[in-house]
Ligand binder design. Structure first.
Ligand code: SF4
Length: 278
């Protein structure tokens, strides 16, 4: 590859990794963000950034509004490219940035959008957290199985998380034990269910009561899609429908030795269709 071609396909390293909007500045929180759900890098590579996302994709705040502005999208894509191309370099850069005096005693929300999309990336965050005890990190995540396997047995002391409903791993959440977040149609629905709203401060998601209610964004098409349901209820409907379809498919090919045991390579799965429909 010529050097000029290289320059056009490699996104510039972001000068700053952490950002802060007015709302988060007011509560002392900094953000790290990836593109929501999936992204295509300028060189054509693609990466799913929210592997466990499901119903949430249909009301995803980060696939709407200002997140779609080219400059914003380019910044989030550059963040992802840095992680994918040079995870050790990203880890060092993040630790360096977090070592600034202005971050002492502050919170970092890991993923305004995106999720812990691989084991290597998740473990890199653990290294960052252990190297920066002066900062508290928190996240919402749908990577329930990855967290139960990689994080729960030995979590960094300065890391707080909440499992959020609306993903394909909802059934792995233990609502009697885990800290959980669910999106409700409005504040009244949160109160009626006996959950606690995090509307006053995003930090309540990890510092407040364990059952965290998130009021839905007042975006008309999102509210219409939710149809008065909680996100967990919507996901349960999707899961039941998926199970029903699988069973019906199995009944159609009971003892056929020529029947494929898995989807042929390159053919979209039901789950992929759901992603693209979102
Ligand atoms: S996990 Fe979050 S960022 Fe990803 S698609 Fe769902 S709502 Fe959007």
């Amino acid at each position: 590859m010529s050097s000029s071609a290289h320059i056009t396909t490699v996104p510039a390293r972001p000068a700053r990794l952490l950002t802060q909007n007015r709302e988060m500045r007011a509560i002392g929180v900094w953000n790290w963000t990836l593109p929501a759900l999936a992204a295509r890098l300028p060189d054509g590579r693609t990466q799913v950034t929210c592997p466990a996302a499901s119903a949430c994709t249909r009301i995803c705040y980060a696939r709407n509004g200002t997140y779609l502005f080219p400059a914003v999208n380019a910044k989030h894509t550059a963040n992802l490219a840095f992680v994918m191309d040079d995870l050790p370099g990203w880890t060092e850069a993040m630790i360096r940035e977090l070592s600034a005096p202005r971050l002492v005693g502050k919170f970092v929300r890991v993923h305004d959008a995106g999720d812990f999309f691989s084991d290597a990336y998740t473990l890199a965050w653990c290294r960052v957290m252990r190297a920066c005890p002066q900062v508290t990190f928190y996240c919402y995540t749908k990577e329930v199985r990855r967290f139960k396997r990689l994080i729960e047995p030995d979590p960094p002391e300065n890391f707080l998380w909440v499992y959020s409903y609306g993903g394909r791993e909802d059934s792995f959440i233990d609502p009697d034990r885990d800290r959980v977040a669910d999106v409700f149609p409005d504040e009244d629905a949160i109160t009626e269910a006996g959950w606690s709203s995090q509307e006053a401060s995003d930090l309540l998601a990890v510092l407040g009561p364990r059952l965290v209610g998130v009021p839905a964004n007042r975006i008309p098409q999102f509210l219409k899609r939710m149809g008065g349901r909680r996100l967990s209820e919507w996901q349960a409907e999707i899961d039941a429908e998926r199970t029903h379809k699988r069973r019906r498919h199995l009944r159609l090919v009971p003892n056929d030795p020529s029947a494929p045991t898995s989807m042929p390579e390159g053919q979209p799965s039901e789950d992929d269709a759901e992603r693209h429909a979102a």
